[in-house]
Design a protein around this ligand. Structure first.
Ligand code: NAD
Length: 274
């Protein structure tokens, strides 16, 4: 039997990258899906493609800026009016800015907090009562290996990912009695538009801030870096993160809550020699 048969799950940041792979895998595992993002064209196209593939009306796209309370209220309302219930949430949307601590403008710091940290908080707050009404379910937050260790140039990003882990633990404690499990994924480096230097500084806005040539040489340098520092000698694939999101959203993880789960090719295990 498919692992998410008949369950309704909302995935944020679902238009591309890890969220897109989560959408594809969850659809294949029988879920009814609300795909939410600010990249409307890409999100609509994915929802259309999955609907054609499944031959059933099981996937909807919803515009949702995760930092907006109004958008969250509308997304939950749409989910209930289309599917009648909500059983799960994957808080996946996120943005990344590289900057030195001493050069980071307050507005840049707050922009990352608004999407990554406030977005996760608003999502859990909006979804939990509805998931409780459905008889319980799951919330999967997306943190990062930078929630577990430091990385230069990532003050704002790492701060939000640490906050996501803290919120995950508190939410798990408060929601366990309501039948809701809350866990967090901590990916290492994963091959998505976010980790592509051509997009990295622009986060969700999609505006490249370096030349294609510079981006290509930086991409080469980071690939070499991952081959050295990651024990498995490669960057992760977004479908490998989706499999963890599926595990944490399904009955296979029925006794796990409040946990950060690292998926990083062994990066955080220690120093790799040889
Ligand atoms: P990505 O940039 O490919 O995808 C992120 C998605 O979030 C995009 O579709 C984007 O439009 C959406 N988004 C951005 N701002 C939004 C907003 N305000 N409201 C709604 N959606 C918004 O990146 P990804 O690698 O797929 O990242 C997915 C998650 O994984 C993020 O939370 C990211 O921080 C985390 N992560 C990524 C990596 C990596 O190496 N790629 C590593 C650790 C953690």
């Amino acid at each position: 039997m498919p692992k998410l048969d008949g369950r309704t799950i909302l995935i944020t940041g679902a238009a591309r990258g890890q969220g897109e792979q989560e959408a594809r895998l969850f659809a294949a595992e029988g879920a009814r899906l609300v795909l939410a993002d600010v990249l409307d064209d890409q999100g609509e196209a994915l929802a259309k493609e999955l609907t054609q593939q499944l031959g059933e009306d099981r996937v909807r796209y919803q515009h949702l800026d995760v930092s907006s309370e109004t958008d969250w209220a509308a997304a939950v309302e749409t989910t209930l009016s289309v599917f009648g219930t909500l059983d799960g949430l994957v808080n996946n949307a996120g943005i990344l800015r590289f900057n030195e601590l001493v050069s980071t403008p307050l507005e840049e710091y707050l922009a990352v907090v608004r999407v990554n940290q406030v977005g996760c908080f608003l999502g859990m707050r909006a979804a939990a009562p509805v998931i409780e009404e459905a008889g319980g379910g799951t919330i999967v937050n997306t943190a990062s290996y930078t929630a577990q260790t430091g990385m230069a140039l990532l003050t704002s990003y790492a701060a939000t990912k640490g906050a996501i882990l803290s919120m995950t633990r508190v939410a798990a404690l408060e929601l366990a009695a309501k039948g809701i499990r809350v866990n967090a994924i901590c990916p290492g480096a994963v091959d998505t538009p976010m980790s592509n230097p051509a997009n990295a500084f622009a986060g969700g806005s999609g505006a490249p801030v370096m030349s294609a040539e510079d981006a290509a040489s930086l991409a080469e340098a980071t690939a070499e870096l991952y081959a050295k520092v990651v024990p498995m000698r490669r960057i992760g694939r977004p479908d490998e993160i989706a499999k963890l999101a599926l595990f944490l959203s399904s009955e296979d993880s029925s006794y796990i809550t409040g946990q950060p789960v690292i998926v990083d090719g062994g990066w955080l295990a220690g120093v790799s020699i040889g």
